[in-house]
Design a protein around this ligand. Structure first.
Ligand SMILES: NC(=O)c1ccc[n+]([C@@H]2O[C@H](COP(=O)([O-])OP(=O)(O)OC[C@H]3O[C@@H](n4cnc5c(N)ncnc54)[C@H](O)[C@@H]3O)[C@@H](O)[C@H]2O)c1
Ligand SMILES: [Zn+2]
Length: 363
């Protein structure tokens, strides 16, 4: 088992990563009493696949356990589901402060974390991520949120979990599409911060797609280490460091918006295209070598499925980008690679260059 610490003073916590480590949970947490209500937010599918393993170990911790299932879709990150969940939690833990568990992917994690942040002005919660994306990204760092019709993740908080337990065993049932979504974020970490991780992916993508547990454990622990270090230095996203985690996401979000979150492209596909476009801009600006640029394009193509750009015209993507900038800095801001392992924040990229990149980059 590997352990990564997120250093945040009194709010510090550990991320445990390994194969079949969920059984160790009872020795890692200590709720105040054997009657502490344990409220597990999950969905039907995850509960059916892996719920029994979690329940077995939770029974060693407390007598009072409830597995609460929310719908399996982004729509669960909504006020109606939020209210239902808070009310179920209130009924379940009338007298005693509960522990909340987020047992699932990023949807479950974001909703359960937001519920925990608000209920009784904050109760402890533990992330038990079951997707690759949640293990390397959403379960770490305390960003919790729900969506409204006007915007995604716009109602939320920074609320750190007490612990993250990332068991590679849960990933054995994860469909390829979801593995690829997580892989894109890992490529992102490689480009931002870790040349060795990038090289590991160049050699081992197929192993990961075949659910190889050792390879998964390795990439989850490296990625967790990178995210933990960034979060420790810029927890509230104010110094610009945490913003580097948005590499590929500026254009990626615009593409998702241009596709109107229709599901016609996945988040991973959009971010993959966004990373290629940002790298193309860096190449045009002579910030990155041609060799590193080509390696980036080749690896990204290996980890993701090509998107169909036909329906997504460059104007629509540019429109979505300018909509985004109104709500951020008043000008566009890109994270551009200087080489594999290092990025730089660059403001005010000319629109003509962005358009050229969207039209010309090999996405
Ligand atoms: N808080 C953050 O910092 C942060 C960061 C990135 C993304 N997010 C959020 O995360 C969400 C996306 O998360 P996601 O990609 O994990 O999607 P998800 O939670 O929708 O999970 C993807 C699918 O995989 C299924 N699943 C989960 N675990 C499984 C398993 N072990 N075996 C088989 N199927 C399994 C789920 O039921 C779901 O159908 C978005 O809402 C996004 O906004 C948050
Ligand atoms: Zn992402």
């Amino acid at each position: 088992m590997k352990v990564v610490k997120v250093n945040l003073g009194k709010r510090s916590y550990r991320i445990y990563i390994g194969k079949n480590i969920i059984g160790k949970l009872s020795s890692l947490i200590s709720p105040p009493t054997h009657d502490t209500p344990l409220f597990v937010v999950t969905n039907k599918k995850i509960n059916a696949l892996h719920g029994a393993r979690l329940k077995k170990v939770l029974k060693l911790i407390s007598k009072k356990i409830l597995f609460y299932e929310i719908p399996d879709s982004e729509k669960a990150k909504s006020f109606p589901v939020y209210i239902k969940t808070v009310r179920a939690l209130a009924r379940f833990s009338r007298k005693t402060k509960p522990f909340v568990f987020a047992f699932g992917g990023g949807v479950v994690g974001d909703l359960a974390g937001f519920v925990a942040s608000a209920y009784r002005r904050g109760v402890p919660y533990i992330q038990v991520p079951t997707t690759l994306l949640a293990q390397v990204d959403s379960a770490i760092g305390g960003k919790v949120a729900i969506d409204i019709k006007e915007a995604k993740n716009i109602v939320g908080d920074f609320y750190q979990p007490r612990m993250v337990i990332s068991d590679a065993g849960f990933l054995s049932t994860l469909p390829e599409k979801e593995l690829r979504n997580g892989l894109v974020e890992i490529v992102k970490y490689g480009i931002i911060k870790d040349r060795a991780l990038f090289a590991f992916l160049e050699k081992n993508t197929q192993k990961i797609l075949k659910h190889n547990q050792d390879a998964l454990e390795h990439v989850v622990s490296r990625s967790s280490g990178i995210k933990a270090a960034v979060v420790a230095k810029d927890e509230l996203d104010v110094t610009g460091l945490r913003a580097t985690l948005n590499f590929g996401h500026t254009v990626g979000h615009a593409m998702e918006a241009a596709a109107r979150y229709s599901g016609s492209i996945t988040h991973g596909q959009a971010v993959a295209a966004g990373m290629i476009i940002a790298s193309f801009i860096a190449l045009e600006k002579k910030m990155i070598s041609c060799k590193d640029y080509k390696r980036i394009c080749t690896l990204i193509k290996k980890v993701t499925v090509k998107i169909k750009l036909r329906k997504m015209r460059p104007e629509n993507i540019l429109n979505a980008l300018s909509y985004d900038k109104k709500f951020t800095h008043g000008f566009n801001r890109f994270i551009l690679p200087k080489k594999i392992g290092r990025v730089k924040i660059v403001d005010r990229i000319p629109e003509a260059l962005i358009k050229e990149a969207i039209e010309g980059a090999p996405i």
